[in-house]
Design a protein around this ligand. Structure first.
Ligand SMILES: O=C(O)[C@H](O)[C@@H](O)[C@H](O)[C@H](O)COP(=O)(O)O
Length: 265
């Protein structure tokens, strides 16, 4: 068996957020050793609120110099819905409201790559343009074969989807495009764009952030890796990303799950 993902579980979401902060800051440090930027991709859903808890509050003994250097952050969306930014389904809108608008002045402003609203009715064009944005960001110094994000932060749906990669969907077999359109998402809204599986698994680090008892059945399948769990999108990320993958959960989400590599940060 190849190297496995790591599982970190905490009693509360606040506790999880404090440890997620430490993890993100260590990813930031590693990124700055590679280049003068921190290239991150984020999903939608409950992640934005947990990220805000993690990033807006410094740890009690934290050196201010080692906190988030937002002016060097380049934020992309791991998936996005084809809706205007003020629509409640917009992942950009959600991140802006929960996190970006709350970053204190003086802590810098991240460069955020949102979708081009001129093409909301054409998912292929949206995806192509988003891929162009990735190409301009990653082309100069990094490998252009597949962009290598410093960190990808993901959620896990109750059906085992991640990004907008859904169980059994043909997009799971996409191996050329970096960003793909989807017109038939089983979770509304149907028209979206998503990073493809190879881009996700190529990242230096991949973190799932999953909370709440509603996720424990699907996490059991994914983390105990039964046949079904291994074929789910989150299971495929675990398999492709191996030890680069870390799961940050609260205790409720992993109640009754047996997993060999439980650790603490
Ligand atoms: O657009 C989406 O559907 C999200 O980006 C998706 O991938 C999300 O991360 C999961 O559905 C988990 O969402 P929750 O954390 O809200 O359950």
């Amino acid at each position: 068996m190849g190297k496995q993902a790591n599982l970190y579980s905490y009693p509360t979401v606040d506790n999880l957020a404090a440890h997620l902060r430490t993890y993100i800051l260590s990813c930031q440090k590693a990124a700055f050793q590679r280049h003068d930027a921190f290239k991150v991709a984020v999903s939608g859903g409950s992640l934005a609120a947990t990220l805000a808890k993690a990033l807006l509050v410094a740890g009690p003994n934290e050196d201010p110099e080692s906190g988030p250097q937002f002016s060097k952050w380049e934020v992309f969306f791991a998936d996005e819905r084809a809706v205007p930014f003020d629509d409640e389904d917009s992942n950009y809108g959600l991140l802006k409201k929960d996190l970006l608008d709350k970053i204190p002045r003086g802590q810098g402003t991240p460069t955020v790559h949102a979708i081009n609203l001129e093409h909301l009715d054409d998912a292929q064009e949206l995806a192509d343009q988003y891929q162009e944005a990735l190409m301009s960001s990653f082309a100069s110094k990094d490998s252009v074969k597949t962009p290598i994000f410093d960190l990808i932060l993901l959620g896990c749906g109750p059906d085992g989807h991640t990004c907008s990669l859904f169980p059994g969907h043909q997009l799971l077999r996409e191996s050329d495009a970096w960003v793909a359109p989807i017109e038939d998402s089983p979770k509304p809204p149907p028209r979206r764009i998503t990073l493809t599986l190879p881009v996700v698994t190529h990242a230096h680090k991949i973190a799932f952030v999953v909370t709440g008892g509603g996720k424990k059945e699907i996490l059991k399948k994914i983390l105990e890796a039964d046949d079904e769990g291994r074929s789910l999108p989150c299971g495929l990320v675990n398999e492709g990303g191996g030890e680069k993958v870390s799961w940050f959960t609260d205790h409720a989400a992993v109640e009754g799950v047996s997993f060999p590599r439980r650790g603490s940060l």
